[in-house]
Design a protein around this ligand. Structure first.
Ligand code: DWN
Ligand code: ZN
Length: 411
């Protein structure tokens, strides 16, 4: 890792404003997906602070860590969750319905990971192309029949892909836009690569859910922005693109799916839900700092309650095992300083994560078999967004469950 792999944010990423107010400070934290192989390995930590832009209401991290450090070799696999695979099938159907002109033409997925979403489009007869900076994931996707360019999305990449493959009818980007620093260049790339009658579908964790459900653990260095719809309207319009529909979807604790077209494509009408969503954000108070401050107070309550619960369980001589060595789990555990004094191990079904230690707390990550062999009174479900799926697959253990978000609860 370079000596100083980050820079401070001095102005707002979407509007350039300089009135940035801090509302959440989670202290110093290691990179959430930098799993540790060797116990003795040194580790760097970086500030984890969220700022609110007084001009456009964008929430954003106070620093930007070099993306090459985080994403060139990536341990998160989209295909591990059946819930996400189902979500991808539904997304592909919704995109096709919104863009009948696409027929079976080219679909490009930005940050295509191991190709999970593109498999859904492939099943529907489309030719597909993935773009993802993680070289290890690009190889896995290729082996599964999804051609993948192992690069970061940029306007120059878009230009060269357009020359090589022609323009895409559908471009998708799920869970990547929040990771992007140069959002203008990202949008310029879309305008260059999207066919005249094509659509761009972008999906990201929605700030309204983030605040309402106190999803503070989704703050980590990969997530640079926490979006409302509002800042996106002017961002995309600067590049001749127009938002024509939105849909709230439950994935990852509540995400916003936004449909975008070229502004001069009159064949697709703008739906009333765009205006309605913008009004809802305004009437919900999200253009003022107040809900953000209350959210930060609730995060402190969760920390206090979770520590107290873990202490009580241990005092009773009972055991806790975590499930899902997720990025959000690492934020939670590091913020609460919950480590092996409370949690014996974390189970994860991702082959890349097994037999590593979590960053910061250095809790061993083990495969599912280890859970079946161990004594386990409580399972702490770290990816609460997949609570139902994890409860289903661990029902045989007979343990009680703990989830920390939206509040500490025993199930
Ligand atoms: O944006 C991002 C989101 C979408 O994914 C990334 N920046 C990083 C990542 O965040 P995360 O790690 O918090 O995501 P998940 O999907 O909540 O993590 C789930 C974890 O749990 C994974 O490590 C896989 C694991 N898991 C499992 O082992 N068995 C999950 C399920 C559902 C299972 O059955
Ligand atoms: Zn702004």
């Amino acid at each position: 890792m370079p000596l100083n792999p980050y820079h401070d944010v001095k102005s707002c990423r979407t509007c350039g404003g300089q009135k940035l107010t801090k509302y959440l400070d989670l202290g110093l934290s290691p990179l959430a997906n930098s799993l540790v192989k060797d116990k003795a390995a040194p580790e760097s930590s970086f500030p984890l602070v969220v700022l609110y832009c007084e001009d456009c209401s964008l929430s954003q991290l106070s620093i930007v860590v070099d993306p090459a450090v985080m994403f060139r070799d990536y341990c998160y696999r989209s295909s591990i969750s059946q819930t996400f695979i189902k979500h991808c099938d539904e997304l592909a159907a919704a995109a096709k319905q919104a863009c009948p002109a696409a027929k079976n033409q080219l679909v490009v997925d930005i940050a295509s990971n191991d190709g999970t979403l593109l498999q859904a489009f492939k099943k529907k007869g489309h030719s597909v192309l993935g773009v993802d900076p993680a070289r290890n994931l690009a190889q896995i996707a290729e082996a599964a029949g999804v051609p993948t360019v192992a690069e970061f999305w940029s306007s120059s990449l878009a230009q060269s892909l357009a020359e090589k493959h022609g323009r895409a009818s559908i471009i998708t980007a799920t869970n990547v836009f929040a990771h992007v620093d140069r959002v203008d260049d990202f949008a310029l790339g879309i305008s260059k690569f999207l066919s005249k009658d094509g659509i761009f579908v972008v999906e990201f964790p929605y700030l309204v859910d983030f605040i309402e459900h106190t999803e503070f653990d989704t703050v980590y260095h990969e997530h640079l922005s926490y979006f409302l719809l509002k800042p996106l309207v002017s961002l995309f319009s600067r590049f001749g693109l127009e938002i024509f529909g939105v849909q709230e979807v439950p994935i990852h604790g509540g995400s916003l799916r936004v449909f975008i077209k070229h502004a001069d494509n009159a064949a697709i009408a703008v739906q009333p839900n765009v205006k309605a969503t913008l009004s809802k954000e305004e009437s919900g108070g999200y253009h003022t700092i107040k809900p953000y401050r209350l959210f930060a107070d609730r995060a402190q309550v969760i920390r206090k309650d979770l520590i107290a619960l873990c202490k009580q369980i241990k005092a009773e001589g009972q055991t806790i095992i975590g499930y899902g060595a997720s990025a959000k789990g690492n934020t939670l555990l590091n913020f609460c300083q919950i480590g092996t004094q409370y949690i014996d191990m974390i189970i994860d079904d991702t082959p890349e994560k097994r037999d590593h230690l979590t960053p910061g707390q250095r809790i061993p990550i083990r495969s599912r078999e280890a859970l079946d062999k161990a004594r386990c009174d409580y399972i702490l479900i770290l990816p609460w967004n997949f609570k139902d799926e994890i409860m289903r697959k661990t029902a045989n253990v007979g343990a009680k469950y703990i989830v920390a978000i939206p509040r500490v609860t025993v199930l």
